[in-house]
Design a protein around this ligand. Structure first.
Ligand code: FAD
Length: 287
């Protein structure tokens, strides 16, 4: 089940993102989340890859479970910034044996202290090229509607993105964003540079106050529209109200994106199937 073929069959896809267990002991709870998510009308589920390859086996285990136990397409994230070519080849070979057919090819984050790391790779585009040469995978890549933090400006970032797409990406998934207008501007600029593969919007529902700081770090400084910050200000000390408001905000974003011909919605579920269920019940007939 190559995701690129799903894009040919359907105009707009729905997908979820999970993170694998941090320890071997956490596998059952992640599998329980998968068991719930697969009941929803999703097209694929992605599984993140721990920084520096810390979860490589567990990422593949969960992706294999999604794909082989439930028959749903899985997208295994894979980062290269601490890897050499031999270890990447071994991992791709292992994924192939497990029946995983879709890989999100990522660079991974550089060390925050600016220190050197040993790697055969500098950019995700090099990983995309190696996966393409290895053969047999549909390849996704990441993109940043508000510019990747390492890039001097959005135009340069989009030029680099074009290199990654030309290296062999089949589709793109965005970093989370909270202002759809920023995404539309980015999509237009990318199209002008000749990026014409499907672009999927990454949506992160805010469900608890403790998420706010982490979301800002993870998003690399996504703009927070005033209606979003007003919502946080009003409900940050009322957990249930914040959760409802955060989900309503995500539903509003998704409704607008679907009306504006987005090719896919990717919900960062944070391993909470309940949140995904509530959102899907509000938007499922729009797909
Ligand atoms: P790249 O595409 O290599 O871009 C990184 C930077 O290098 C950009 O600034 C780009 O403009 C620049 N660049 C690219 N090519 C060139 C070039 N030829 N010359 C000069 N500059 C260049 N991280 C994880 O560790 N695990 C995950 O599971 C994970 N999942 C993610 C999922 C999504 C949807 C997204 C958006 C991000 C995810 N990340 C994950 C984070 C990601 O690894 C970081 O954002 C990382 O800093 C960049 O990865 P990239 O693949 O976008 O890199």
């Amino acid at each position: 089940m190559y995701i690129r073929n799903l894009f040919k069959e359907k105009k707009q896809l729905l997908s979820f993102e999970l993170f694998p267990p941090k320890k071997d002991t956490g596998e059952e709870s992640v599998k329980a989340a998968v068991d719930e998510l697969v009941k929803l009308p999703a097209d694929y589920i992605s599984v993140t890859y721990g920084a520096g390859g810390s979860t490589s086996k567990r990422t593949a285990d969960i992706a294999e479970y999604i794909q082989n136990t439930h028959g749903m397409a899985a997208l295994a994230h894979l980062s290269c910034i601490t890897a050499d070519r031999e270890s990447i080849e071994l991992m791709l070979g292992d994924m192939k044996l497990r029946g995983i057919e879709n890989v999100l090819a990522l660079r991974g984050d550089l060390p925050a202290d600016g220190g050197e790391i040993a790697s055969d790779y500098r950019y995700a585009s090099e990983l995309v090229e190696d996966i393409r040469l290895f053969g047999g995978f549909c390849i996704g890549g990441a993109c940043y509607p508000e510019c990747h933090p390492d890039s001097p400006d959005l135009e340069t970032d989009i030029e680099n993105l074009k290199r990654k797409v030309d290296a062999g990406c089949d589709f793109l998934v965005t970093q989370m964003f909270f202002d759809n207008e920023k995404f539309y501007e980015f999509r237009e600029l990318a199209a002008k540079k000749g990026i014409d593969i499907p672009m999927v919007a990454g949506i992160m529902p805010l469900t608890q106050a403790s998420q706010i700081q982490r979301m800002c770090i993870l998003s690399g400084g996504a703009s927070l529209p005033s209606k979003f910050t007003r919502m946080i200000g009003k409900y940050e000390n009322k957990p249930e109200a914040l959760k409802q408001a955060g989900i309503a905000y995500a539903v509003d974003q998704i409704t607008d994106l679907l009306a504006n011909d987005i090719r896919g919605i990717h919900i960062y579920t944070m391993n909470k199937p309940e949140t995904a269920k509530t959102i899907v019940s509000a938007v499922s007939s729009m797909f």
